[in-house]
Design a protein around this ligand. Structure first.
Ligand code: PEP
Ligand code: MN
Length: 339
């Protein structure tokens, strides 16, 4: 399977920044024999804080057009309304993406779909901020119904207050469900917005490849530390080339149902590990209370209740044996901690 590689800065900040990043990316891609399929840059940025850099606006379309003409690489940018689609078309930019914030509002998405109707635009639809597969699929369908031939999906993760590793929770089962339901739709991963920090990107990018994603959209800036937005998650062009050339692109060959169940299992393991860790911390707190109130560490009747709670799910004796051993270990380790 040929993968699609998209890279470029979070935002177009200045002509110099757009052109220098493009020049270095093209060079690194060439030196490492990597095709750069699209150059990305946000021209209009949706920011949470009102004083944050909101993008250079229309003038940045001229800089992107220069990149497109000079290097012959198609450029893409985010659009939030019909007017921005018109401006892109005016500058000969025919590749756009729908951002995660716009993607929560079907009325806005429909307005954009109407603006690109029957055109040769390529439209990439990011997952909405909320983990709602039907909403994501509905947005994709709006562009297909508008006769857009090249529609792609981009998985960028989902904001989740409980997530404490990634900027956005991966929830892999959602894009994999999308693959099961729309097998012919290319799905890319955006490891930059998912991870929120450079350090985490390689592992997520590799996982996306293992799961059969069709490519990556990665944020890349020639001076990441000076970036006016998303400073922590932008790679330098060199780092980008290293990332792509070190990916193991062997597809895993398993069918989608199996892949989906595997990601469900990974999510369960993630939760079990969180719960076990929280259990251990709670055991420590209980030990404190017991010590203060001179209560015995072991209370046999209470432990019996715990055992019954675990056994109630099944009569399967092999499973019950496993639970017995597992609980024994759990019990012993909490007694040891409390002592
Ligand atoms: C972006 O790609 O620049 C962007 C803002 O992404 P998202 O909509 O996924 O937050
Ligand atoms: Mn960004």
């Amino acid at each position: 399977m040929d993968r699609i590689w998209i890279a470029g800065p979070c935002a177009a900040e200045s002509r110099e920044q757009v052109l220098t990043t493009a020049e270095q990316l093209v060079m690194c891609a060439h030196n490492n024999n990597i095709p750069l399929h699209y150059y990305r840059a946000g021209v209009w940025k949706v920011r949470s804080a009102p004083d944050s850099f909101a993008g250079a606006g229309e003038v940045a379309l001229v800089w992107l057009q220069e990149v497109q003409q000079h290097y012959g690489i198609p450029v893409c940018t985010e659009v939030m309304n019909a007017e921005q689609v018109e401006l892109c078309a005016k500058h000969d930019i025919h590749n756009v993406w729908i951002g995660a914030r716009t993607a929560v509002n079907p009325i806005d998405v429909q307005q954009i779909a109407d603006a690109v109707r029957h055109s040769d635009f390529t439209v990439m639809v990011k997952n909405p901020m909320i983990p709602d597969l039907k909403l994501w699929m509905g947005n994709i369908e709006r562009f297909r119904k508008a006769d857009i031939r090249q529609v792609m999906a981009i998985h960028r993760g989902f904001p989740d207050a409980k997530e404490n590793v990634y900027r956005n929770a991966p929830l892999w089962h959602i894009p994999i469900d999308l693959k099961v339901l729309l097998p012919e739709l290319p799905i890319l991963c955006d490891p930059s917005h998912l991870c929120g920090q450079v350090r985490l990107i390689p592992e997520i990018a590799q996982l996306a490849m293992n799961y059969g994603f069709n490519g990556l959209m990665t944020e890349c800036h020639y001076q990441p530390a000076q970036a006016l937005s998303d400073t922590e998650q932008q790679l330098s062009p060199k780092e980008w080339a290293t990332l792509i050339s070190q990916l193991d692109l062997r597809t895993d060959g398993s069918d989608l149902e199996l892949l989906k169940q595997r990601t469900v299992l990974e999510n369960i393991d993630h939760q079990i590990s969180e719960l076990l860790y929280q259990r251990m911390k709670t055991v420590d707190e209980i030990a404190d209370i017991k010590r203060k109130n001179h209560i015995a560490v072991v209370q046999p009747q209470q432990w019996q209740q715990v055992v019954q709670r675990y056994m109630k799910h099944t009569e399967d004796t092999a499973y019950q044996n496993f639970i017995e051993q597992f609980l024994e270990l759990l019990h012993q380790s909490s007694i040891n901690r409390q002592k």
